[in-house]
Ligand binder design. Structure first.
Ligand code: PFF
Length: 454
C-alpha cells in the first residue's frame, strides 16, 4: 500500500495541464462561501478593522506555513524517492492524517453543499426577479420559510452535489482545471464589480472605515483573536489534505512558496473585496453590520430591493456565492475521491458517484435541520451549525496539527526544506521555526477554544 503512495499519491496518474492549474484549483478551493458569507459576518461581529489585521496575521502565521508544508509533502510523495520521503506514508501519523482528512471533507461538504444550495435558490430568484418582488421587509420571513421547508432545500442541495460530481468525474485536467478556468475569473469579476459599486455609493465611507480603520479596543477580547484564527483555517481550507492532493498533481518545476503566496493573496483579496462590497452597502443603507449569518441571505436582499439596478447586483452577488461554492466543493470531493482511487479498487467515476450520493445523504440532516429536524439541538446549536462547529474547530485544526508534526518533527529538516523549494532561501529558517513551534502552538489554541466553547 505504502509503495503505491510513494510512487503516485493520487493513484490516478493525473497532472495539471498547465503551470497555472495548481494555483487556479487551490485558489478556487480556498475562495468560496467562507470568503463572502462567513468572512463578512465574522468580521462584522468582531469589530471590522482590528479583526482584519488579526486575520491577515493568522493567514501569514498559520495558513501560509501549513500550505507550504502540505504542498511540499503532496509533491514529494509523488516525485521524490529518497528514503526520508519513502518513510512518510508508513508513519502512523500519516495514516491518521489521511483518514481524518477524508472524514473532514465528508463532514464539511455535507453542510457546505446545503448552504451552496441556498445560494443557488437565491441566484435563480434573482435571475427570474422573484427575489426582488418580495416586500423589502419580508426577506427574513422568506428565508426562514425557505430553509424550514421539508423539500426545497433538499432539491437545491442535490443540484449542487450533482454539479460537483459531474465536474470531478471528468478528472483533474478536463474537470477541475477547466471548471476553475471558467468559474474563477467570473468570481473575481463579480466581486470586483460589486466592490466598485459599493464604494461609489453615498455613505460608503462609513463601511470602508468599519473594515479598514481598526478600533484597537476590541483587541482586549480574546474571542476576536480566536475568530480570526478560526476564519483563516476555514477560508484557506488548510488541514484537510487539499494541498497534499492537489500538490500531488503539480509539476516538479513549479515553486511551492510562490504558489502558496499566490494562494493566500488570492484568497485574502476575495475576502477583502467581498468585505468592501458588503459593508459599504450595509452602511450606506444604515443596516446592522453585526447581523451574523443572516447578513448574506436577509440583510443584503432587503437592500437590493431598494437599490437602483438591484436585480443586476443580486444576480452578481448570488452568482459569486454559487461560483465560489462550486469551486470549493470540487476540491472537497476530490480529497475523498483521490483517497478511494488510491486505496480501493474503485475508479474515479465510481468513487465520485458513490461519494456524491453518500455526502448528499449525510447532508440531509443539515438540510432539514431548520424545519423537520429543528428540535434536534446540541449545545444550543442546530444540526448544520453543529457539523460546521465540529469540523472547523476540531477536525481541521487536528488535521493541521498532525501534518505539522509529520513535516516539522518526523520528516527531517533537509528533505522538508528541499521539498518546499526553500533550499538556500532566506525564508527556510523562519518557515521551519514556524511549522515546528509557532504554528502548532497557535493551532493548539484554536483546539483548546473549541473544547472550552463546546
Ligand atoms: N475555503 C472554502 C471557503 O472559504 O468557502 C471552504 C472550505 C474548503 C473549507 C475546504 C474547508 C476546506 F477544507
Amino acid at each position: 500500500m505504502s509503495d503505491r503512495i510513494s510512487s503516485d499519491p493520487t493513484g490516478a496518474g493525473d497532472q495539471w495541464g498547465s503551470q497555472a492549474g495548481f494555483i487556479l484549483a487551490t485558489v478556487g478551493s480556498a475562495a468560496g462561501v467562507g470568503n463572502v458569507w462567513r468572512f463578512s459576518y465574522v468580521a462584522g461581529e468582531n469589530g471590522g478593522g482590528a479583526f482584519l489585521v488579526l486575520y491577515v496575521l493568522s493567514v501569514l502565521l498559520i495558513g501560509l506555513p501549513i500550505i507550504i508544508a502540505e504542498t511540499a509533502i503532496g509533491r514529494a510523495l509523488r516525485h521524490d524517492h529518497a528514503p526520508a520521503t519513502r518513510r512518510l506514508p508508513k508513519l502512523r501519523h500519516w495514516q491518521f492524517f489521511r483518514v481524518l482528512s477524508v472524514l473532514s471533507a465528508l463532514a464539511i461538504l455535507s453542510f457546505y453543499a446545503v448552504i451552496a444550495g441556498w445560494a443557488l435558490r437565491y441566484l435563480i430568484g434573482a435571475v427570474d426577479g422573484s427575489l426582488l418582488r418580495i416586500a423589502s421587509t419580508g426577506h427574513g420571513e422568506f428565508f426562514a420559510r425557505f430553509i424550514a421547508d421539508p423539500v426545497e432545500p433538499v432539491i437545491w442541495h442535490a443540484a449542487m452535489m450533482a454539479a460537483t460530481v459531474f465536474i470531478v468525474i471528468r478528472g483533474v485536467q478536463r474537470g477541475i482545471e477547466t471548471a476553475n478556468r471558467i468559474l474563477l475569473p467570473a468570481l473575481f469579476a463579480a466581486v470586483a464589480l460589486l466592490a466598485v459599486y459599493g464604494v461609489t455609493q453615498d455613505g460608503a465611507g462609513a463601511g470602508l472605515r468599519f473594515l479598514f480603520q481598526p478600533d484597537w479596543t476590541v483587541l482586549g477580547q480574546p474571542r476576536v483573536y480566536l475568530a480570526a484564527m478560526g476564519q483563516a483555517f476555514f477560508s484557506l481550507g488548510v488541514g484537510m489534505a487539499i494541498f497534499v492532493t492537489f500538490g500531488g498533481y503539480m509539476p516538479q518545476r513549479q515553486s511551492v512558496p510562490v504558489a502558496a503566496l499566490a494562494i493566500v493573496a488570492g484568497d485574502t483579496l476575495v475576502a477583502v473585496l467581498a468585505g468592501i462590497a458588503i459593508f459599504t452597502t450595509v452602511f450606506a443603507y444604515g443596516t446592522d453590520p453585526t447581523a451574523g449569518p443572516q447578513l448574506a441571505f436577509i440583510t443584503l436582499p432587503h437592500i437590493f430591493v431598494a437599490l437602483p439596478g438591484g436585480r443586476v447586483l443580486a444576480v452578481l452577488f448570488f452568482a459569486l456565492l454559487v461560483a465560489g461554492a462550486l469551486t470549493s466543493m470540487i476540491s472537497l470531493l476530490e480529497v475523498p475521491v483521490a483517497w478511494c482511487v488510491q486505496y480501493t479498487p474503485w475508479r474515479r467515476r465510481q468513487a465520485a458517484l458513490a461519494l456524491g450520493v453518500l455526502i448528499f445523504v449525510l447532508g440531509l440532516p443539515s438540510a432539514l435541520g431548520f424545519g423537520l429536524l429543528a428540535d434536534i439541538r446540541w449545545h444550543g446549536r442546530g444540526i448544520l451549525d453543529s457539523v460546521d462547529f465540529v469540523a472547523s474547530n476540531f477536525l481541521l485544526p487536528l488535521g493541521g496539527l498532525l501534518l505539522l508534526t509529520i513535516v516539522g518533527w518526523r520528516w527531517g529538516r533537509a528533505p522538508a526544506t528541499a521539498a518546499a523549494n526553500l533550499d538556500g532561501n532566506r525564508a527556510a529558517a523562519p518557515w521551519y521555526i514556524l511549522i515546528r513551534w509557532i504554528t502548532p502552538l497557535l493551532v493548539l489554541v484554536i483546539l483548546a477554544r473549541g473544547f472550552l466553547n463546546g
